[in-house]
Design a protein. Sequence first.
Length: 104
Amino acid sequence: MNYKKALGNRIRELRKHNNLSQEKLAELVDLEPPSICNIENGKNYPTLLNLEKIIKILNVSFIDVFNFGQAHEKDYMLEKINIMLKNNPSKIYDVYKIVKALIE
């Protein structure tokens, strides 16, 4: 599975569910529209700061963004990560680095 594309597709899905254009999301995240396009097309990963902004703007959880049809075992792990992050938000950077390293 191409995780960069899967993440981009999921962000696109959530953006559309929130009735936001790429331009509006870019404005809210403080990015240029081509940057959102590149993220959604799987050309680039969002930075941690931008991922946090996207999650907040789309009013979803960390697990919602990474829930792109994985096996139940992986969903369970993501749920546990999400609970950990709710209890200790300062760990989001560490989790992001681990996830990014695993999917590259």
